[in-house]
Design a protein around this ligand. Structure first.
Ligand SMILES: Cc1cc2nc3c(=O)[nH]c(=O)nc-3n(C[C@H](O)[C@H](O)[C@H](O)COP(=O)(O)OP(=O)(O)OC[C@H]3O[C@@H](n4cnc5c(N)ncnc54)[C@H](O)[C@@H]3O)c2cc1C
Length: 138
């Protein structure tokens, strides 16, 4: 597991699980420089950010799990969002500033970002959309 810094941001419980799993080696202060291989992965070049030293890891799989940037750019011209790009819905509903457009899931939730909260807000948005269409006589 490649970690950029000398600490993780994950919850203590998740960190504990990783650090106590014998077949996970944590490479602290390390960044990925290059993924090697033509059609499949046959190695990864990593750099130690403290020493600047590069090193090849002979791995055949590479999983990326980074970032929490909402993919909301295409809506920016139309829909109100905060400075980080999270869509602002009317509290307690999925309504946005645009009539008939409803927001749900992680893109509208900077606090919880969990599958179950996303699914719940998806249900809210579906009901809001259905009621909106019904009120329009559709
Ligand atoms: C590593 C990791 C571990 C997690 N573990 C847990 C966990 O244990 N328990 C838990 O409850 N939650 C967990 N989550 C959070 C959970 O995955 C999210 O809260 C949930 O997936 C949010 O659902 P969503 O539908 O809002 O967004 P997403 O699941 O991100 O779905 C958004 C979809 O929109 C698509 N999309 C984006 N842009 C466009 C576009 N322009 N046009 C068309 N489609 C587009 C994307 O491809 C994607 O399919 C985890 C998340 C991560 C990253």
């Amino acid at each position: 597991m490649i970690v950029r810094r000398d600490e993780m941001r994950a919850s203590k419980a998740m960190q504990h699980r990783v650090l106590n799993t014998p077949n996970i080696e944590v490479l602290w202060n390390t960044t990925t420089k290059e993924i090697l291989g033509e059609k499949t992965v046959d190695g990864v070049m990593v750099t130690n950010t403290k020493t600047g030293e590069d090193r090849r890891l002979d791995v055949t799989w590479f999983f990326v799990a980074i970032g929490h940037t909402p993919n909301s750019d295409i809506f920016k011209p139309f829909i109100n969002m905060d400075e980080a790009g999270y869509i602002l819905a009317v509290p307690g509903s999925s309504k946005t500033n645009v009539e008939g457009v409803f927001a749900a899931g992680d893109v509208a939730d900077k606090y919880y970002r969990q599958a179950v909260t996303a699914a719940g807000s998806g249900c809210m948005a579906a009901l809001d959309a259905e009621r909106y269409l019904a009120a329009k006589g559709h």
